[in-house]
Design a protein around this ligand. Sequence first.
Ligand SMILES: Nc1ncnc2c1ncn2[C@@H]1O[C@H](COP(=O)(O)OP(=O)(O)OP(=O)(O)O)[C@@H](O)[C@H]1O
Length: 424
Amino acid sequence: MTTSSMTTTATGTTVGNGSSLNGGLHLNIPKSPNGSALDLRRGAFRRTYSSNSIKKKSIEVTPSSFVKIRLLGKGDVGKVYLVRQKDTDRLYAMKVLSKKEMIKRNKIKRAFAEQEILATSNHPFIVTLYHSFQSEDYLYLCMEYCMGGEFFRALQTRPGKYLQEEDAKFYAAEVIAALEYLHLMGFIYRDLKPENILLHQSGHIMLTDFDLSKQSSPAGEPTVVKSGSPSMPPAIDTKSCIANLRTNSFVGTEEYIAPEVIKGCGHTSAVDWWTLGILMYEMLFGVTPFKGKDRNATFQSILHTDVQFPDHPGAQPISSLCKSVIRKLLIKDDQLRLGSKAGASDVKSHPFFKTTNWALLRHLPPPIIPQPSFGADAINFRQMHESVSLDIEGEELVHQHPGAKNLFANFSSVTLHHDGDDDL
Ligand SMILES: Nc1ncnc2c1ncn2[C@@H]1O[C@H](COP(=O)(O)OP(=O)(O)OP(=O)(O)O)[C@@H](O)[C@H]1O
């Protein structure tokens, strides 16, 4: 699909004549703390965020271009490693998917979907893909390394395992911006949960794990809707981009599954607004709202119980606007749910987010700043591990499944150049 001709620099400055994901505002370039305009010559500030700024090139790397540093995480059919590219010394997160496991578990389509979404997305809150390629036995997705790890872990380390309302609002706003972009691109995310939100070194969030996402093809054209309030500019209707996509597959994580998914009567992008409601609740109270003693009890509660807010002594008190937005996101009927009319614009214009500066989200100081670790001192780490470095493929070798070659023939092997990266 074509996105608008808008280009947003990493400073959040909007140039061009399209409508902005940040609300259509054209902004002044923010000043640095000493008052001077931020240095746009530095690559970090020249990076642009529009699909047009990604250039696909034929693949420039192979598995042996990388050295494995450590395991970052494990999924169903693959592992994610922190790796270093030998000739540039840059660190990446490399997802290595076993073809054999994918065939066994019938997950080939999911890997293709994930590659497609990552390769076409270019947004500050969505993990960046740099290379995708394959060997006889594996598919590789080489992504930006999020040094802060899983948001879920960060949440676990907070006193009481929950966040203050203002902090939860900050993360919710970043998630909404990412979902808005995905919906504009014609994707439903379907797997929002704290484990799939990573923290960038800066403390801003990055969505990852797109293997459950679904694309409407072709994506619909976004339309403009009048906002409810005279003080708000017209907004983009992201719902129209996926209006033709209704899917029946039963996916998601138990406590985050929307009622329409349990019922199996087809679901739309409204599932992402439901999961946002669960996520906000979990950020604020450290538990999800419908958890039962077993899966069946959880599903019954999702289908039939209204959301309750803890009122026992010691429970975090939250504002009535916050309760209101969560209640509206957790409306069982997906056609009445907040977000079901005009998508993200509905959610963004709820009074709870009145104080949110959508245009400058990525310049606001995040509530949690990850402590520098491997990512920050890559050179030292590299020297430490040089003697035990292994090519990724060397350690992972298994026999190729018969016929695997054809099944994966269409997996794109590409290197993606993002404007501004050359200077990084
Ligand atoms: N870009 C990244 N930077 C840092 N860590 C990452 C990155 N991507 C993934 N991880 C880590 O690896 C874990 C597994 O990644 P991911 O969920 O994408 O894998 P998966 O195989 O698709 O898992 P699932 O079975 O849940 O679909 C994440 O939860 C996270 O801890």
